[in-house]
Design a protein around this ligand. Structure first.
Ligand code: ZN
Length: 465
C-alpha cells in the first residue's frame, strides 16, 4: 500500500460545501484520496512539500479527437466546410492502424502535459477493429483516464453502429484497462435517420454505456422527436456543440439528464456558430468543455474554459448595455464556474462523476499541481482565478489514479522525441495529400467540397441526412 501526503499548497478542491481554496493536506492511498484536513500526520506516508503551489482536480477534456494529432495546425484557417472536406472527406480513410496509435499516443500525452487527466476521446475513424485496438493500446500506454468513444468513419453510410466491435471491446481491451471506459461516438439525429439513432441509443442503454453525438448549426429535425417519443434521451446521451437547438429543446434535454459539451474555440472559429453556454445557464445547467480538433486549435482545455467564460461575460455585458446603457455591474459567470466546467461538469458528462471531477475523500487521486510562484501567476491572490489562467508552463505535476504522470515539469518515463518523430512521419504523409497541387488533386478537392457542402446544407435544413 503506497501512501503519500501532499502538504503546503492551496487546495482548490471544487468539492461541494468546501471553501473555494484552503490550506490543507491531502492524504492519498494507492489510487484514491483517503483524507483531507489540517496537519494530517500519518507515520508511513511519503511527504511531498507543495509550498507555493495550487492543487486542483485533474482537468477533463470531454471532447477531442486524439487520432487527428498528426494533422496539427494543417487547418488553422479552415472553415467547418474545409475541415470536413480535407480531414474526413480526404485523409481520414488513408489512416493506417499505426497512424491511429501514433496520433492517439501523442494526443493523450499532450493532454497530460496540459493538466488533463481524463479525456472523452471521440474516435470517429475506427475503419477496422484493428484501428480501434491501436487507439486503445495507445491510451493505455499513456496512463491517462479516458472514455474511448468508438465511432465509424465520419460521413459514411448511416447504418446502425456495429455493436459486434463494441461488445468485443467491452469483453476484451476495455475490461482489462482499469482507467478506460467505453462509449459510442454515434452520428446522432442530425447525421443519421431516426431509426438509426434510435437503434444506436437503445444499444447504448442496453449496455449501460455513453452515446455521444455532434449537433451543430442546424435546427433539430424529425430524428430528435423520434428519440423523444422512444424515451431515449437521458444521462447516457451527450451532445457535442448543441448549437442551433432552441431554448425549448435545451430545457427538455437538460431535464432528461442529457449532458452537453461545448468546444468554444473551434465553434466560434470554424462556423459551428453560437456556443450553447448561455442557454444551458438559463436552464440551470452547465456545459462541459472540449478542444475538439488539433487540426485548428490548441489542445488546452483551460484555454477553452477562458474563451467560454470571456464570451459568456461579453454576451452578458452586451445585453445589459442594450437594456440600460451600461455594461453589467458585476462579472458573471465566475472564474470558479469556468473551472468547474473543465472539471466537475466534464466528469458528469462522461459518466464519471462518482470518481473524478472534484477532490474529496473516496475520490480518485487525479490532480494537477500548478506552480503559482511563477512570474505570470505570483502572487496569485485568488487561487481559483490563478488556476484558470495557468499555462502549460505552470503545470508542474499531474497525478492520475495516484501515480505521477508528470513531475518536475516533464512527463514521466516518456521519450517525447521518439513520440514527436513518429508523429511527424505520420503527419507528413497526410499533409502531402492535403497540399497536393496537380490537376487531379484540384479536381478531386473541388468534388469533395461540393459533396460536403451539399450534405451540410441538407443537415442544416432538415436536421438529418
Ligand atoms: Zn468533434
Amino acid at each position: 500500500m503506497a501512501r503519500m501526503l501532499l502538504r503546503g499548497m492551496r487546495l482548490v478542491s471544487l468539492a461541494p460545501n468546501r471553501p473555494d481554496s484552503e490550506n490543507i493536506d491531502l492524504l492519498i492511498e494507492d489510487d484514491r484520496i483517503v483524507s483531507m484536513g489540517q496537519y494530517l500526520n500519518p507515520h508511513d506516508a511519503e511527504l511531498v512539500d507543495l509550498t507555493g503551489r495550487i492543487v486542483i482536480p485533474g482537468l477533463v477534456n470531454a471532447h477531442l479527437h486524439t487520432w487527428q494529432s498528426a494533422l496539427r495546425f494543417v487547418g488553422g484557417d479552415w472553415s467547418l466546410l474545409e475541415y470536413l472536406a480535407h480531414t474526413h472527406g480526404h485523409v481520414a480513410r488513408r489512416y493506417r492502424q499505426g497512424d491511429m496509435h501514433t496520433g492517439t499516443l501523442a494526443g493523450a500525452l499532450n493532454q497530460i502535459n496540459c493538466g488533463t487527466t481524463t479525456i472523452g476521446d471521440w474516435c470517429h475513424n475506427c475503419l477496422t477493429p484493428g484501428h480501434a485496438d491501436a487507439a486503445i493500446d495507445a491510451l493505455t500506454a499513456t496512463g491517462i483516464r479516458a472514455v474511448f468513444l468508438h465511432g465509424a468513419a465520419h460521413g459514411g453510410p448511416t447504418r446502425p453502429h456495429d455493436m459486434r466491435d463494441i461488445d468485443r471491446l467491452l469483453r476484451g481491451p476495455i475490461a482489462r484497462s482499469p482507467l478506460l471506459t467505453l462509449g459510442m461516438a454515434i452520428k446522432g439525429p442530425q447525421l443519421s435517420a431516426p431509426e438509426v439513432v434510435i437503434a444506436d441509443l437503445r444499444a447504448a442503454v442496453e449496455r449501460g454505456i455513453l452515446a455521444s453525438m455532434h449537433q451543430s448549426a442546424g435546427e433539430p429535425g424529425p430524428g430528435w422527436d423520434a428519440v423523444e417519443a422512444a424515451r431515449l434521451w437521458g444521462p447516457h446521451a451527450n451532445i457535442v456543440h448543441g448549437t442551433g437547438l432552441s431554448d425549448e429543446w435545451v430545457t427538455k434535454l437538460v431535464h432528461a439528464g442529457v449532458s452537453f459539451t461545448s468546444t468554444p474555440e473551434n465553434e466560434l472559429g470554424q462556423g459551428h456558430c453560437t456556443a450553447i453556454t448561455e442557454q444551458l445557464l438559463r436552464a440551470h445547467a452547465a456545459p462541459s468543455l472540449g478542444t475538439d480538433t488539433d487540426t485548428a486549435v490548441s489542445g488546452e482545455v483551460l484555454t477553452a474554459a477562458r474563451i467560454a467564460l470571456a464570451r459568456q461575460r461579453g454576451l452578458a455585458h452586451d445585453q445589459q448595455l442594450h437594456r440600460t446603457g451600461m455594461s453589467a455591474p458585476t462579472a458573471s459567470p465566475t472564474s470558479k464556474q469556468a473551472l468547474s466546467w473543465a472539471t466537475v461538469h466534464g466528469a458528469r458528462a462522461l459518466g464519471l462523476a462518482d470518481r473524478i471531477g472534484h477532490l474529496s475523500p473516496g475520490m480518485q487521486a487525479d490532480l494537477v499541481v500548478i506552480d503559482a510562484r511563477a512570474l505570470n501567476l505570483c502572487p496569485a491572490h485568488d487561487p481559483v482565478a490563478a488556476a484558470l489562467h495557468a499555462s502549460i508552463a505552470n503545470i508542474e505535476a499531474v497525478m492520475i489514479a495516484g501515480r505521477w504522470r508528470k513531475r518536475d515539469y516533464a512527463l514521466v518515463d516518456i521519450d517525447v522525441d521518439e513520440v514527436t518523430n513518429q508523429l511527424r512521419l505520420s503527419g507528413e504523409r497526410f499533409a502531402e495529400k492535403i497540399h497536393a497541387s496537380g490537376p487531379l488533386a484540384r479536381t478531386r478537392r473541388s468534388v469533395v467540397r461540393r459533396v460536403v457542402r451539399r450534405r451540410l446544407r441538407r443537415q442544416i435544413g432538415s436536421g438529418s441526412s
